[in-house]
Design a protein around this ligand. Structure first.
Ligand code: NAD
Ligand code: DAU
Length: 331
C-alpha cells in the first residue's frame, strides 16, 4: 500500500510515519508538508531513507492532485493546530483546515482514493467538571475556538463528500496527545522545557481545566487500525480514559523534575477556555479491538521528560520565538 501522509513533519504525523515504517514494513510512505513554524523535517530523520518527502501546501490543488493520484490512501494530519494562535490570527486556520481539506477531498473524489481524516474531540465543545458524561459519536458539534470551529467545518466537509459523492472516507476525533516531537508551544512540552531552563511552569486561570491525555503512539495505532479495518463513512472517537486536570499535570512534572509541588505560576486565562474534555472510545475498542499500550500517564510523562532532556537540539531552535509570542499575550 502507498499512503500519502499530510502534515507528516508535525508532532502526530511524524510519530505516525515513524510507527508505520517500524511496524508495517512494505508500506510506501509519501509525506506532504508545508513546513510551517510547526513542521520540522528533522522529526523524520530516523526514517528519512525509507520515505519520500514533498514540501508543499495541502490547499494547492496542483501540488495535491498528482500526489493523490499516485497513492492508495491519504491520511490527513496537516492543520493549524494551536488554539492560542487561532485566537490571535484565525485566517491560517480557515485556509489550511477548511480549504486544505476541501482540496484533498476533491482530489480523492477524482481519483477514487481511500481517505482518513484526523480530527479532534474539541469539535464537541466542552463538558462540566462534575458531568459524568463523555463525548460519543452522537454528541452534537459545539466548537468554541476558531481552531475547533475550522476542524468541525472540515469534518462536515468529509461527511458531505461521503454522502453526496461516495468518497471512501473515515474520521477520527482524538483527545489531547503527548509524547516526543511535540512543539514547545503546547502545554506539556512548554512546561518541561521551561523547567529545563529554570523557568517556573505557567498554568492558565486556576489550573482546574481537564484534558483527556493519550500517548501519541496509542493514537497512531488506532489510526492505522481505522485505516485498515474501519467502516467507510464512520466516525471513531479515540481516547484512553486519561482525564487529568492541568494543575495535577504540572505537579507531576515538578515532582518528576525534582522541584517543589507549588513551584508554578498562575497566569491569565485563555479566552473561551474549554473546561473539560472526555472521550468514550467504546466503538473503537469493541469494533476494532483497539487498546492503549500506555496505561500509566505518569510513566508516559517520565519518558517524555527524558526525551526532551535528550533532544535539546530538536526543540531549542523553537523555544525563544515561542516564549516571545506568549510574552506578548502576557502568558
Ligand atoms: P502540528 O501543529 O504539530 O503539525 C501540523 C503539521 O501540518 C506541521 O508539520 C505543519 O508544517 C503542517 N501544515 C500546516 N499547514 C499546512 C499546509 N497548508 N499544507 C501542508 N502542511 C501543513 O499538529 P499536531 O498536533 O501534530 O496535529 C496533527 C493533527 O491532529 C491536526 O489535524 C490536529 O487537529 C489533530 N489533533 C491533534 C491533537 C493533539 O493533541 N495535538 C489531538 C487530536 C487531533
Ligand atoms: O483535545 C485535542 C486538542 O488538544 C487538539 O485538537 C489540539 O490540536 C491540541 O493543541 C490540544 O488542544 P489544547 O488547547 O487542549 O492544548 P494545549 O496544549 O494548548 O493546552 C492544554 C491545556 O493546558 C489547556 O487547558 C490550556 C492549558 N495551558 C496551556 C499552555 C500552553 C496552560 O495551562 N498553560 C500553558 O502554558
Amino acid at each position: 500500500m502507498h499512503i500519502l501522509v499530510t502534515g507528516g513533519a508535525g508532532f502526530i504525523g511524524a510519530n505516525f510515519v515513524q510507527q508505520v515504517v517500524r511496524e508495517h514494513p512494505g508500506t510506501k510512505v509519501t509525506v506532504l508538508d508545508a513546513l510551517t513554524y510547526a513542521g520540522d523535517e528533522h522529526s523524520l530523520d530516523p526514517v528519512a531513507d525509507a520515505i519520500t518527502f514533498v514540501k508543499g501546501d495541502v490547499a494547492d490543488a496542483d501540488t495535491v492532485d498528482p500526489l493523490v493520484a499516485d497513492a492508495d490512501a491519504v491520511v490527513h494530519f496537516a492543520a493549524e493546530s494551536h488554539n492560542d494562535n487561532s485566537l490571535a490570527e484565525p485566517w491560517p486556520f480557515v485556509r489550511t483546515n477548511i480549504v486544505g481539506t476541501y482540496t484533498l477531498l476533491e482530489a480523492v473524489r477524482r481519483h477514487g482514493t481511500r481517505y482518513h481524516h484526523i480530527s479532534t474531540d474539541e469539535v464537541y465543545g466542552d463538558l462540566e467538571l462534575d458531568d459524568p458524561a463523555k463525548f460519543t459519536p452522537e454528541t452534537p458539534y459545539n466548537p468554541s475556538s476558531p481552531y475547533s470551529a475550522t476542524k468541525a467545518g472540515s469534518d462536515m466537509l468529509v461527511r458531505a463528500w461521503v454522502r453526496s459523492f461516495g468518497v471512501a472516507a473515515t474520521i477520527s476525533n482524538c483527545s489531547n496527545n503527548y509524547g516526543p516531537y511535540q512543539h514547545v508551544e503546547k502545554f506539556i512540552p512548554r512546561q518541561i522545557t521551561n523547567l529545563i531552563d529554570g523557568v517556573r511552569p505557567k498554568l492558565y486561570g486556576t489550573g482546574q481545566n481537564v484534558r483527556d491525555w493519550i500517548h501519541v503512539d496509542d493514537h497512531n495505532a488506532a489510526v492505522w487500525q481505522i485505516l485498515a479495518q474501519g467502516r467507510i463513512g464512520e466516525t471513531y472517537l479515540i481516547g484512553a480514559d486519561g482525564e487529568v486536570d492541568n494543575k495535577t499535570v504540572v505537579e507531576t512534572l515538578l515532582e518528576l523534575m525534582g522541584q517543589p509541588a507549588d513551584a508554578y505560576d498562575l497566569v491569565s486565562d485563555r479566552p473561551g477556555h474549554d473546561l473539560r474534555y472526555a472521550i468514550d472510545a467504546t466503538r473503537l475498542r469493541e469494533e476494532l479491538g483497539w487498546e492503549p499500550r500506555y496505561t500509566s500517564f505518569r510513566d508516559g510523562l517520565a519518558a517524555t521528560v527524558a526525551w526532551y532532556r535528550a533532544n535539546e537540539d530538536w526543540w531549542r531552535p523553537q523555544k525563544d520565538a515561542t516564549e516571545a509570542k506568549y510574552a506578548s499575550l502576557g502568558r
